[in-house]
Write a protein that binds this ligand. Structure first.
Ligand code: DGL
Length: 271
């Protein structure tokens, strides 16, 4: 049996974990939410690289895994090379599906929803030039969106008027004809039904999770398992969890156990 380590700054990576459950129902998953450092959108590239290398290393020491999924666009745009250089196992990242937007948009006007860090990263600029050069891309770096997703999974209802206001540059009066929106942060698919409720019908909402799950399946099929026998799922948070009851209920829908404090927590606090 095999196990994947899926890591994000919070609950966003659960959108990826959900797709992984569908594609690889037999795979065990160790999910790590670095909520002590949420939001990653506010961290520098150097800080994120250092943090992710440390977290992955320590996590693998107590939950051995066969692959790592950095289920965070903000981190993936900067840390993948460092992780690949350090760990001898497949490392899968997630980047905003701008290529797909270039393929499906008819109006050639595309919204890019992501963290304030992701929308300015050179990696994302390159994706735009390479795959959607003839599209008008409207970037919206909105730190509040990931917070709303965090709240939703802790049982706090989404205020759709607030959401409508935040997405005004895409769909408000006088906005250009956006027909495609790139969900460039793994937290956002958790708000998909809310986005749909406040936007015109027929918009393509692009979520890269199914493609990440397929990529994980492919790379795992190419490596022999590191562990013998059955492996358990686990969910770790690097700081105590607020709204644990609602979150535990949500985790159960993905066949995850209740969240626990990340075992290296004391070390983190000391760092
Ligand atoms: N889920 C993360 C992403 O995909 C970011 C949220 C944060 O700022 O921590 O970009």
């Amino acid at each position: 049996m095999k196990r994947a380590l899926i890591i994000d700054s919070g609950v966003g990576g659960l959108s990826v974990a959900s797709a992984v459950r569908t594609t690889l129902p037999e795979l065990a998953i160790a999910y790590v939410a670095d909520n002590a450092w949420f939001p990653y959108g506010k961290r520098s590239e150097a800080e994120l690289t250092d943090r992710l290398v440390f977290l992955v290393e320590r996590s693998l020491s107590f939950v051995p895994c066969d692959a790592v999924v950095v289920a965070c666009n903000t981190a993936s745009t900067v840390v993948l090379d460092a992780l690949r250089a350090r760990f001898d196992m497949p490392i899968v990242g997630v980047v905003p599906p701008i290529k797909t937007a270039g393929e499906v948009s008819r109006s050639r006007v595309v919204g890019l929803l992501a963290t304030e860090a992701t929308v300015t990263r050179p990696y994302v600029q390159r994706l735009k030039e390479q795959f959607a050069a003839d599209c008008k891309i409207i970037p919206l770096g909105l730190p509040r969106l990931a917070e709303i997703a965090e709240e939703k999974l802790r049982g706090i209802p989404v205020n759709r008027e607030e959401l409508r206001e935040l997405l005004r540059p895409l769909f408000g009066p006088g906005a250009p004809q956006v027909d495609t929106v790139v969900l460039g942060c793994t937290h956002y698919p958790l708000l998909l039904e809310d986005f749909k409720a406040i936007s015109p019908p027929g918009v393509h909402w692009l979520d890269s999770s199914p493609a990440i799950a397929r990529r994980l399946a492919q790379v795992l099929s190419e490596v022999p398992p590191r562990n013998d026998g059955p492996l358990e799922d686990a969910v770790y948070f690097t700081a105590p969890v607020e709204g644990a009851e609602a979150l535990t209920a949500y985790l159960a829908t993905l066949r995850f156990p209740a969240p626990q404090l990340w075992p290296g927590n004391a070390e983190l606090v000391a760092r």
